[in-house]
Design a protein around this ligand. Structure first.
Ligand code: F6R
Length: 233
Protein backbone atom coordinates (compact mmCIF):
# COMPACT_ATOMS: atom_id res chain seq x y z
CA UNK A 1 0.00 0.00 0.00
CA UNK A 2 1.22 3.48 -0.78
CA UNK A 3 0.00 6.06 1.74
CA UNK A 4 -0.50 9.73 0.91
CA UNK A 5 -1.20 12.10 3.79
CA UNK A 6 -2.92 15.25 2.63
CA UNK A 7 -4.14 18.41 4.35
CA UNK A 8 -7.82 17.94 3.70
CA UNK A 9 -10.46 16.43 1.44
CA UNK A 10 -9.87 19.00 -1.33
CA UNK A 11 -6.18 18.12 -1.53
CA UNK A 12 -7.12 14.43 -1.30
CA UNK A 13 -9.52 14.77 -4.22
CA UNK A 14 -6.77 16.44 -6.23
CA UNK A 15 -4.36 13.58 -5.47
CA UNK A 16 -6.95 10.99 -6.48
CA UNK A 17 -7.61 12.91 -9.67
CA UNK A 18 -3.87 12.97 -10.50
CA UNK A 19 -3.63 9.19 -10.12
CA UNK A 20 -6.72 8.74 -12.31
CA UNK A 21 -5.31 11.04 -15.01
CA UNK A 22 -2.09 9.05 -15.08
CA UNK A 23 -3.98 5.76 -15.33
CA UNK A 24 -6.13 7.10 -18.17
CA UNK A 25 -3.04 8.36 -19.98
CA UNK A 26 -1.76 4.79 -19.70
CA UNK A 27 -4.86 3.24 -21.21
CA UNK A 28 -7.37 2.69 -18.37
CA UNK A 29 -10.78 2.16 -19.97
CA UNK A 30 -13.02 0.93 -17.16
CA UNK A 31 -13.47 2.76 -13.87
CA UNK A 32 -14.97 1.38 -10.69
CA UNK A 33 -16.75 4.21 -8.89
CA UNK A 34 -17.97 4.96 -5.38
CA UNK A 35 -20.56 7.29 -3.88
CA UNK A 36 -20.84 8.82 -0.39
CA UNK A 37 -19.25 11.96 0.96
CA UNK A 38 -15.64 10.81 0.51
CA UNK A 39 -15.26 11.11 -3.30
CA UNK A 40 -17.20 14.38 -3.69
CA UNK A 41 -14.11 16.59 -4.02
CA UNK A 42 -12.47 14.02 -6.27
CA UNK A 43 -15.46 14.22 -8.63
CA UNK A 44 -15.27 18.04 -8.54
CA UNK A 45 -11.67 17.87 -9.75
CA UNK A 46 -12.64 15.39 -12.45
CA UNK A 47 -15.58 17.50 -13.64
CA UNK A 48 -13.40 20.63 -13.77
CA UNK A 49 -10.75 18.81 -15.80
CA UNK A 50 -10.52 18.20 -19.52
CA UNK A 51 -10.60 14.41 -19.08
CA UNK A 52 -12.83 12.77 -21.67
CA UNK A 53 -14.87 9.71 -20.71
CA UNK A 54 -16.91 9.31 -23.89
CA UNK A 55 -15.07 6.10 -24.74
CA UNK A 56 -15.03 4.76 -21.18
CA UNK A 57 -17.11 2.42 -19.07
CA UNK A 58 -17.89 2.84 -15.39
CA UNK A 59 -19.13 0.27 -12.90
CA UNK A 60 -20.33 1.47 -9.51
CA UNK A 61 -19.78 -0.41 -6.31
CA UNK A 62 -23.27 -0.48 -4.96
CA UNK A 63 -26.86 0.73 -4.82
CA UNK A 64 -29.56 0.68 -2.16
CA UNK A 65 -32.35 -1.84 -2.60
CA UNK A 66 -35.74 -0.26 -3.16
CA UNK A 67 -34.82 3.31 -4.07
CA UNK A 68 -35.91 4.59 -7.44
CA UNK A 69 -33.26 6.43 -9.46
CA UNK A 70 -35.34 9.61 -9.15
CA UNK A 71 -34.88 9.42 -5.36
CA UNK A 72 -32.16 11.91 -4.48
CA UNK A 73 -30.59 9.40 -2.07
CA UNK A 74 -30.20 6.70 -4.70
CA UNK A 75 -26.64 6.19 -5.83
CA UNK A 76 -27.71 6.52 -9.47
CA UNK A 77 -29.00 10.01 -8.66
CA UNK A 78 -25.75 10.82 -6.82
CA UNK A 79 -23.63 9.72 -9.78
CA UNK A 80 -25.69 11.72 -12.27
CA UNK A 81 -25.38 14.82 -10.09
CA UNK A 82 -21.69 14.51 -9.25
CA UNK A 83 -20.26 13.11 -12.46
CA UNK A 84 -22.32 11.70 -15.32
CA UNK A 85 -24.38 14.81 -16.16
CA UNK A 86 -21.17 16.78 -16.63
CA UNK A 87 -18.96 13.98 -17.95
CA UNK A 88 -20.84 11.45 -20.09
CA UNK A 89 -19.37 7.95 -20.31
CA UNK A 90 -19.85 5.49 -23.15
CA UNK A 91 -21.79 3.42 -20.63
CA UNK A 92 -22.19 3.47 -16.88
CA UNK A 93 -23.46 0.61 -14.75
CA UNK A 94 -24.94 0.61 -11.27
CA UNK A 95 -26.80 -2.28 -9.69
CA UNK A 96 -30.55 -1.96 -10.19
CA UNK A 97 -31.90 -1.71 -6.66
CA UNK A 98 -35.46 -1.86 -8.00
CA UNK A 99 -34.98 -5.16 -9.84
CA UNK A 100 -37.87 -7.56 -9.20
CA UNK A 101 -35.50 -10.51 -9.15
CA UNK A 102 -32.51 -9.50 -7.03
CA UNK A 103 -30.75 -12.84 -7.53
CA UNK A 104 -30.86 -12.39 -11.30
CA UNK A 105 -29.64 -8.80 -10.92
CA UNK A 106 -26.69 -9.96 -8.83
CA UNK A 107 -25.69 -12.52 -11.49
CA UNK A 108 -26.13 -9.95 -14.23
CA UNK A 109 -23.86 -7.51 -12.39
CA UNK A 110 -21.17 -10.17 -11.96
CA UNK A 111 -21.25 -10.84 -15.70
CA UNK A 112 -20.86 -7.10 -16.40
CA UNK A 113 -17.79 -6.98 -14.16
CA UNK A 114 -16.34 -10.05 -15.90
CA UNK A 115 -16.91 -8.50 -19.33
CA UNK A 116 -15.44 -5.15 -18.26
CA UNK A 117 -12.40 -5.75 -16.03
CA UNK A 118 -11.88 -2.72 -13.82
CA UNK A 119 -8.66 -0.80 -14.42
CA UNK A 120 -9.04 1.76 -11.68
CA UNK A 121 -11.27 1.48 -8.62
CA UNK A 122 -12.22 4.31 -6.25
CA UNK A 123 -13.12 3.32 -2.69
CA UNK A 124 -14.22 4.98 0.52
CA UNK A 125 -14.17 3.13 3.83
CA UNK A 126 -16.90 2.79 6.45
CA UNK A 127 -16.13 3.58 10.07
CA UNK A 128 -16.50 -0.19 10.64
CA UNK A 129 -13.98 -0.95 7.89
CA UNK A 130 -16.44 -1.85 5.16
CA UNK A 131 -15.62 -1.36 1.49
CA UNK A 132 -18.47 -1.20 -0.96
CA UNK A 133 -21.20 -2.46 1.34
CA UNK A 134 -19.18 -5.49 2.36
CA UNK A 135 -19.82 -5.38 6.06
CA UNK A 136 -17.58 -6.98 8.73
CA UNK A 137 -17.82 -10.75 8.56
CA UNK A 138 -18.33 -10.86 4.78
CA UNK A 139 -16.28 -13.57 3.08
CA UNK A 140 -13.36 -12.32 1.02
CA UNK A 141 -14.56 -14.74 -1.69
CA UNK A 142 -17.95 -13.19 -2.43
CA UNK A 143 -18.78 -11.47 -5.69
CA UNK A 144 -21.86 -9.27 -6.13
CA UNK A 145 -24.46 -9.92 -3.45
CA UNK A 146 -27.44 -8.52 -1.58
CA UNK A 147 -26.37 -7.13 1.80
CA UNK A 148 -28.21 -6.48 5.04
CA UNK A 149 -26.65 -3.20 6.11
CA UNK A 150 -24.98 -3.15 9.54
CA UNK A 151 -26.64 -1.01 12.21
CA UNK A 152 -23.51 1.17 12.32
CA UNK A 153 -23.78 1.78 8.56
CA UNK A 154 -27.47 2.68 8.83
CA UNK A 155 -26.57 5.13 11.62
CA UNK A 156 -23.63 6.58 9.64
CA UNK A 157 -25.82 7.09 6.55
CA UNK A 158 -28.85 8.47 8.41
CA UNK A 159 -27.30 11.93 7.99
CA UNK A 160 -28.34 11.87 4.34
CA UNK A 161 -31.99 10.97 5.11
CA UNK A 162 -34.81 12.68 7.03
CA UNK A 163 -34.37 10.11 9.80
CA UNK A 164 -32.80 6.74 10.50
CA UNK A 165 -36.04 4.90 9.65
CA UNK A 166 -35.80 6.04 6.04
CA UNK A 167 -32.36 4.55 5.43
CA UNK A 168 -32.79 1.42 3.28
CA UNK A 169 -31.88 -1.74 5.17
CA UNK A 170 -30.41 -3.56 2.18
CA UNK A 171 -28.09 -2.83 -0.72
CA UNK A 172 -26.64 -4.65 -3.69
CA UNK A 173 -22.85 -4.53 -3.50
CA UNK A 174 -19.94 -5.60 -5.59
CA UNK A 175 -18.14 -8.26 -3.56
CA UNK A 176 -14.66 -8.21 -2.12
CA UNK A 177 -13.43 -10.76 -4.68
CA UNK A 178 -14.62 -8.45 -7.48
CA UNK A 179 -12.98 -5.39 -5.91
CA UNK A 180 -9.70 -7.28 -5.53
CA UNK A 181 -9.65 -8.01 -9.27
CA UNK A 182 -9.33 -4.28 -10.08
CA UNK A 183 -5.90 -3.47 -11.46
CA UNK A 184 -5.33 -0.41 -9.28
CA UNK A 185 -7.28 0.88 -6.28
CA UNK A 186 -7.43 4.32 -4.69
CA UNK A 187 -9.00 4.38 -1.23
CA UNK A 188 -9.70 7.78 0.27
CA UNK A 189 -10.62 8.49 3.89
CA UNK A 190 -11.27 11.83 5.55
CA UNK A 191 -12.24 12.74 9.11
CA UNK A 192 -11.61 11.48 12.63
CA UNK A 193 -14.35 8.83 12.55
CA UNK A 194 -12.30 6.89 9.97
CA UNK A 195 -9.03 6.87 11.95
CA UNK A 196 -9.51 3.49 13.68
CA UNK A 197 -10.67 1.75 10.49
CA UNK A 198 -7.75 3.22 8.49
CA UNK A 199 -5.18 2.13 11.10
CA UNK A 200 -6.63 -1.40 11.20
CA UNK A 201 -6.73 -1.56 7.39
CA UNK A 202 -3.08 -0.57 7.03
CA UNK A 203 -1.41 -2.09 10.09
CA UNK A 204 -3.85 -4.60 11.51
CA UNK A 205 -4.37 -8.27 10.86
CA UNK A 206 -5.93 -9.22 7.51
CA UNK A 207 -9.33 -10.40 8.67
CA UNK A 208 -12.88 -10.60 7.38
CA UNK A 209 -13.88 -8.71 10.52
CA UNK A 210 -12.24 -5.62 8.95
CA UNK A 211 -13.08 -5.97 5.25
CA UNK A 212 -10.68 -3.22 4.05
CA UNK A 213 -7.73 -5.13 5.54
CA UNK A 214 -7.92 -7.42 2.49
CA UNK A 215 -6.34 -4.57 0.52
CA UNK A 216 -3.00 -5.45 2.15
CA UNK A 217 -3.06 -8.43 -0.25
CA UNK A 218 -3.55 -6.29 -3.38
CA UNK A 219 -0.47 -5.29 -5.43
CA UNK A 220 -1.43 -1.69 -6.24
CA UNK A 221 -3.35 0.28 -3.63
CA UNK A 222 -3.06 4.02 -3.00
CA UNK A 223 -4.46 5.22 0.33
CA UNK A 224 -5.19 8.95 0.58
CA UNK A 225 -5.93 10.24 4.08
CA UNK A 226 -6.27 13.64 5.68
CA UNK A 227 -4.58 14.35 9.01
CA UNK A 228 -7.56 13.17 11.07
CA UNK A 229 -8.18 9.92 9.24
CA UNK A 230 -4.45 9.21 9.22
CA UNK A 231 -3.92 10.18 12.87
CA UNK A 232 -3.42 6.61 14.09
CA UNK A 233 -1.08 5.45 11.34
C1 F6R B 1 -20.15 4.00 -1.42
C2 F6R B 1 -19.59 2.88 -0.69
C3 F6R B 1 -19.27 2.93 0.76
C4 F6R B 1 -18.68 4.27 1.20
C5 F6R B 1 -18.42 4.26 2.70
C6 F6R B 1 -17.94 5.61 3.18
O1 F6R B 1 -20.37 3.67 -2.78
O2 F6R B 1 -19.40 1.84 -1.28
O3 F6R B 1 -18.37 1.90 1.09
O4 F6R B 1 -17.49 4.50 0.50
O5 F6R B 1 -19.60 3.93 3.37
O6 F6R B 1 -18.98 6.52 3.08
P1 F6R B 1 -18.72 8.10 3.18
O7 F6R B 1 -17.84 8.43 2.03
O8 F6R B 1 -20.08 8.73 3.04
O9 F6R B 1 -18.07 8.32 4.50
Amino acid sequence: MKIFKVKDQVEGGQKGYEILSEKMANGAKTLGLATGSTPVEFYKHVVASDLDFSDMTSINLDEYVGLDESNDQSYRYFMNEHLFNAKPFKVNYLPNGKAEDLDAEVKHYDSLIDENPIDFQILGIGSNGHIGFNEPGTSFDVTTHVVDLADSTIKDNARFFANEEEVPKQAISMGIASIMKSKAIVLMAFGANKADAVAAMVNGEVTEELPASVLQNHPEVYVIVDEEAGAKL
